[in-house]
Every structure is written in C-alpha cells, then in structure tokens.
Design a binder for this molecule. Structure first.
Ligand code: GLN
Ligand code: ZN
Length: 772
C-alpha cells in the first residue's frame, strides 16, 4: 500500500485583504509600531496554517512567510548583511528593511531602487516568475554566521499553535548562485564551505526542536545542468547529511527540470525529492526506478497559474505509477506565492469564467481530492470529480473563449505582414524629412508624474463621485498643461503624459476582448508591492480604437510631433495570467493583431511617431538558454506584426526598461523599431556596449536621466553620457531621453531634470552642428 500525503510548498503571505501591505506601510510611515506589524504577521501565519489544515493538507510549510522576501530572509539568517546597513542602536527589523528598501522610500514601476543614502539590495526576478528577490552582493572575504534563526522561530510558533510543520529553506546552492559577486570574476559558489556550517546549525536546531522533515528549495536545478553547480550540490548535501543525521530533507526543484539534474537530485543523500510534473509530466514513469527508496513529492498542480486542474487527467496519469511507489506526497508544482489566495472572494467574475479558475485555496482542495481518489478510489470523491470534469469540459467548449474571426486572422498571417515596406536605411530618410527634427532629438518615455491630484481624480471617478465628463475635462487640462510645458522647455517629440492610464497593461487590457479582471487577485511582485494581473481567458481582439481620441486631442494642441503611446504584445502577455489551452506564442499573435489595428488607426489619424513599449520583452526569456531562440523568434515576430503595417514615413519607437541587451541584441535588431529607448544612465552607458559591438543600425535613445532617483542630474553629466555614446554611435543615431517613464517622479524634480536634458542636447548639437 502506497503512503499518500498532501503537502504545500508555500502559501501566499500577503493576506486575503492585503493585510500585510497595510501593516508594512503603516510601520514604514511611522504610524504603527514594530509590535503591531509583528502581530499582524503572526496573525497571518496562524490563519494560513489553520486554513491549509482545514483544506486537507497533511504537511504544512513554515518559514514560507516573509515580511519582505525569502532571499532577504536567507541573507539575514546567515549574516550576509552588507556594511552600512547595520547602524549602531538600530533594531534588527530596521536593518532588515534598510536592506530591503534603502534609506529612500520607493522603488519605481520597473522595480529599481533609487536613491540617496544607503541603497537597497538589488532586485532580480525569481527565475521566470514575476516575483522579485533581493540579491546579496558577496565578496571573497564574506563570512557567515547564524544571525537570525527565523526557520526555528516560525517552526516553534506553529508548534505552539498545535501544528507540526515542515520548515522551508532556500537551499545554500541556490542562495549562492543567486548572489552577485562583489568583484568581477569572483565565483560566489566558492563560499559554500563557509556557508554550510550555518545551514547545518539551523537544521540541527530544527531537528532538536522536533522537526522531522525540512524542505530545501534548490530551484537552481531548473537551470541547464552545470558542472560547478552539480559539484556544489553534491558537496552541500553530503555535508548536511553528515552533520545533521536524523533529519529528513526534501530537496525541492521546480519551474523546469532537466534529466541530468533530476538524476543528480535523486543521487544525493536526502530523504525525498520534489519534482515539478507540470513542466515534465513524462518524468513520472521514470520515478519508480529513480526513487530508489526515497520519498517522492509530485508537483501535480500548477503553482503559478490560476486555471483549474483537470483532475481526471491527472489521475489517469498518476494511478498506474503511484501504486509502484512506497511513499508519495502530492503537492503544487512550486510555492503558491505566485497565485492569488481565494477565488471565493471574487464577486464580479462571470460565473462560467469563475468556474474555470482555482486560486491558492482551491488548488489545495484539488490536492485533497486527488489524495482521496488515489487512496480510496475515485468513487470516494465522485461528486468533486464530476464537477471538475464538467467545468473543464464547459471551458473547452465555451463560445466565450473561441472567436472564429480571431482564429482566422491569426491563421491568415503572412510574412509580409511583419515586414516594413522598406529597409530602415530608406525609410529613415523619409521619416527625417517628414519629422524635421534636429540632431540629438529630445523626447520622454511617455508618462508624466501621476500626482496625488491625478490619482485622487481617478479614484473619485471609479467611486462614482466624479462624473466621466468631469474626469475627462480634468484629464484634458492635465494633458494640455503637460504639452504646453514641453513646448516651453523645447522638447522635440512630445508625449501626452498618460494621465488617463492607471497602468500600462491594465489600461489596454480593459479595452480588449478576451481579458478579465479580478477584484482581489493580488500577487506579490516584491515587498509590499503587489500586482493584480489581468486574466487572458479567451481569444483577444480589439472592438474599437483605444488611444486614438487621446492622441488626436494631444496632437491638436501642438504643432510639434506628438508620439502615440502603446504597450506591446509581449508585455501585454507577460504581465497577465495567460490561458493554458493555447501556446503563449498563439495568444501573443492575437494581441499583436489587436495592437496592429491600433497602430494603423493612429497612423490614419495623423500620428507620425508611434511608440510601442516592450518593458517585459527580456523577462519572457525561458530559464533554459537552449529555449531562448524559440521564444525570441515569436516575440520578435509579434512586435513586428504589431508595428510593421505602417508606411515608411511613420516612425516606430520602442522602449525597454532596465534590460540587459548582450544576450538579445540580435532579437532587438530584428524587431526593427526605427528608434529604441533603453535604460543606460546608471550603468554609465555600459548597457550600450551591446548596441555598439553589434553595430546596431537603427536609432537609439540611451537614457541619460535616472528616473529611479529623486536626484536631478547636472547638464554636464548628461552631456558626458551623450558624448560617451557619441564616441561609438553615429551622431544621427542618438536620441536624448530619460531612462523610463516619469510617473513615479514629482514635477519638482521632473521639470529641472528635463530642462537640463534639453540643454544637454543643445550642447551636443553645438559640437556636431551638421548632419553627417
Ligand atoms: N510609456 C510608459 C511610461 O512612460 C513606459 C513604462 C515602462 O517602460 N515601464 O510610463
Ligand atoms: Zn521603462
């Protein structure tokens, strides 16, 4: 008889009503004290354990909770606290938040820190999710010591509440791999021998306190097999097995799985291994051989998406194999951190759509149903299985998902539709003639400060306290002010300011068919910043123009050229929960066609420059470099479908924030935007290297103003950056613009910064007075 248990690998921390955000923000603003923050946090943990138990989970996680981020918690646990963050007389919690947030107070929409004073740790995406972890910077001299035994504290807290839990740790190899070397060429993995004793100490304290299992997450296993990482894992788990006998480790991998890594995981001296079957269902049949007496934890429910699992299909898959294993744990594929908490809170979703979805709590219920079916036969849960099967079938057949007109358009796509009429070299001449811009033309990335008044008006309008007509009057006035001011300071290509937009994706998603929105579907992006991704549930189409009225209004106010501003198809896809019944590439092509329609309508309305932002282009890259080209091919194609329908004279811009371009410069060139703006100011134009080495032929706007900081740069600094770019790029290739949109800035900084930016461009023109 196989022993079957259900487990969760991690529960969302934020609270059903975003209680953690409220508590953090009142603590940061000084309105609430430390005790009340910690009380809210403890309350959330207690609730989460209880709820998971009620939903039928046998193995509850602890230490999955974090006040900010689990990688930061790990750094804090092992004493990797950078100099300058530990001030005398300051509490540990202050140090923790200083590492998280720096001494400034905000991060931009792109997720960067800012800042004067003590800077926050850098952030990076947690593999290919939209969750950001904090990155420790480690030096060769880095020492580690057990500084904060949070795993033990959380374990004991749960125990006092009557729960035996399985503590979760980020594994030592993943922690070091994720860290950034403080000096070039330093391999952070070389610190492993110093780190392992701290892990051993933590594990011993857990074992001695009564823990029988500990979950150690090593998602480095999702990366392409790597000899150094394999050696590090071998060393790490040999050390821990030797130093901490009598404790069972569950080595956890997720997000992707390579045969060599899975074989390695099962060869290590750990008691159990978790694999993500949602990415590699085929691994299941190999488990009876691979397991070799180890407990296997099967990630059978997608921990990252919000669609209901087809339980019958999972059972058909599992049944023949599970009976051949001694002990099986049923689990989500990864932590449920990446999904919203409870579908039951959604009151406005259409009933059919709602019946197709499962959030964290519903996913745990699915696990309990699967366990019962495997243990006591499908009859024991016949009703639940029938309801599930009905929902799955209804979704497949729903006319709300399938729009034959969209399918036909996608099928009818031809290569010429993603080709501009003429090559860049020819069309740029026509564009220059039509636009008549000076050398080093100045522009901004789109948004202007979303001031308190702008946000208040939007909220009042949403609440019905400000009529649509009055709201429009307000927005038009803001737009006009922004345009007048841009004219006054002498910017060349103007923007309307994006005051009408709440968010660069949601604004468009709300106007497209095939998207739906939740009321409470928040997921953590980083710290107290949560996002509520739109849900792409059906074929995407554009019933009517989305931005044309605003663009036309804005252009009517000025003789200067006004850019039309759109969000690109890849970003629209990347920042949504995407349907799982079509390949992502197919969904992206649908969005691309909708954006194409908008581009052509803008062009027909007389807009001469159209900017299609692809902020999330790079983050769509798969974990495995071997899969990159496949992604880049369709991502580039989608951008081209969206942009290539215009005449030669219409100039297409794109923008990518904080991207690193070396890996993808070929793809960037293949997008064939006439102008691309990128973030380069903080890296001192280093990001531009890729463009220079590649001899990027089109025009580039390397950011010269770091919008993530309230600091206003001097004109000279911007001139220096431009001169640096000018040494290697041709003068006529260079645009002058900030790093990104200005919506998180105030007018107080924006005004002088952009005045100086214009002055910097003029200074450059004085040194390069003629067209080459
Ligand atoms: N046009 C957008 C803005 O300026 C671009 C934002 C972004 O790239 N994140 O706000
Ligand atoms: Zn940006």
């Amino acid at each position: 008889m196989t022993i079957i248990q259900t487990a969760n690998l991690g529960f969302p921390r934020i609270g059903k009503r975003r209680e953690l955000k409220a508590a953090l923000e009142s603590f940061w603003s000084g309105k609430a004290d430390q005790a009340s923050l910690l009380e809210t946090a403890a309350g959330l943990r207690a609730q989460n354990w209880l709820r998971q138990k009620e939903l039928g989970i046998d193995i509850l996680p602890s230490n999955d909770f974090s006040l900010y981020d689990h990688l930061l918690d790990t750094a804090f646990m092992v004493g990797a606290i950078p100099e300058g963050h530990k001030a005398a007389g300051q509490s540990d919690l202050d140090t923790y938040f200083l590492m998280a947030r720096g001494s400034g107070d905000e991060r931009s929409a792109c997720g960067h820190d800012y800042g004067t004073g003590v800077t926050a740790l850098e952030m990076t995406k947690w593999f290919n999710t939209n969750y950001h972890v904090l990155v420790s910077e480690l030096k060769p001299s880095q020492m580690f010591e057990l500084t904060h035994n949070k795993p033990l504290a959380d374990y004991l807290e749960a125990k006092a509440l009557g729960h035996q839990t399985r503590p979760v740790l980020v594994g030592p190899v993943t922690f070091l791999s994720q860290a950034k070397p403080a000096i070039g060429g330093f391999n952070t993995l070389s610190l492993l021998p110093r780190l392992l004793p701290v892990y051993a100490e933590v594990l011993r304290t857990l074992r001695d306190a009564g823990a029988d299992w500990v979950q150690i997450d090593e998602p480095v296993l999702a990366r392409a097999p790597n000899g150094q990482v394999a050696l590090a894992l071998t060393e790490a788990y040999a050390h821990l097995a030797r130093e901490v006998p009598g404790l069972n480790l569950l080595l956890t991998s997720y997000f992707d799985a390579h045969d060599a890594n899975i074989e390695l995981a099962f060869s290590l001296p750990v008691a159990g291994v978790h694999i993500d079957l949602t990415v590699r269902p085929d691994l299941l049949t190999r488990l009876p051989t691979l397991a070799g007496g180890k407990v296997v934890s099967l990630g059978v429910i997608d921990g990252r998406y919000i669609w209901k699992t087809d339980l019958t299909a999972v059972l058909d898959h599992l049944e023949p194999v599970v009976s051949r294993l001694d002990q099986v744990i049923l689990a989500p594929s990864c932590s449920l951190l990446h999904v919203p908490i409870d579908l039951a809170q959604e009151e406005k979703l259409a009933a059919d759509l709602k019946s197709w979805l499962a959030f964290a709590e519903q996913k745990l219920t699915e696990l309990a149903v699967l366990k019962s079916a495997l243990e006591n036969g499908r009859d024991s849960v016949a009703e639940a299985l029938a309801a599930n099967a009905a929902a799955i079938a209804a979704r497949k057949a729903s006319p709300r998902i399938h729009n034959p007109a969209v399918a036909e358009r996608v099928a009818a796509l031809t290569p010429p539709m993603s080709e501009r009429q003429s090559p860049f070299a020819e069309r740029i001449l026509k564009q220059r003639k039509r636009l008549n811009l000076p050398l080093y033309p100045t522009t901004t990335i789109g948004s202007f400060p979303q001031t308190a008044e702008v946000r208040a008006a939007r909220l009042q309008n949403a609440k019905g306290q400000l009529s649509d007509a009055d709201y429009t009057v307000f927005l038009k006035a803001e737009t006009e002010k922004a345009i007048r001011w841009q004219e006054e300071i002498g910017l060349d290509a103007l923007v309307h300011g994006e005051f009408e937009r709440n968010d660069m994706v949601q604004y468009f998603a709300e106007q497209l068919e095939g998207y739906a929105f939740t009321q409470h579907g928040w997921v953590q992006s980083y710290g107290s910043r949560y996002v509520r991704p739109p849900v792409i549930f059906g074929d995407v189409s554009r019933p009517k123009p989305m931005t044309v009225d605003w663009a036309v209004y804005a252009q009517s106010l000025t003789d200067k050229v006004m850019k039309g501003m759109l969000t690109g198809p890849v970003t629209m896809l990347q920042w949504a929960f995407v349907r799982d019944d079509l390949p992502r590439s197919a969904v992206c092509r649908q969005i691309a066609l909708a954006i194409r329609d908008e581009v052509l309508d803008l062009e027909a309305a007389g807009i001469r420059i159209i900017q299609i932002d692809e902020a999330a282009f790079r983050e769509g890259l798969p974990i495995d470099p071997a899969a990159w080209q496949g992604y880049l091919d369709w991502a580039v194609e989608c951008f081209r479908i969206a942009s290539a329908g215009v005449a030669d004279e219409t100039q297409i811009h794109s923008h990518m924030c904080y991207s690193e371009f070396n890996d993808i410069i070929r793809a960037i060139a293949a997008m064939d935007a006439d102008v691309i703006s990128i973030e380069t100011s903080r890296s001192n134009m280093e990001l531009l290297e890729a463009f220079i080495d590649f001899k990027y032929p089109n025009e580039v706007g390397p950011g010269v103003y770091d919008i993530h900081s309230p600091r206003v740069p001097e004109t000279d600094e911007m001139v220096r950056l431009l001169a640096k770019a000018g040494q290697r790029l041709k003068a006529e290739q260079i645009w002058v613009n900030p790093d990104c949109g200005l919506k998180t800035r105030g007018w107080a900084e924006t005004k002088p910064a952009l005045e100086r930016l214009v002055a910097a461009a003029k200074a450059m023109r004085a040194t390069h007075p003629v067209w080459v």
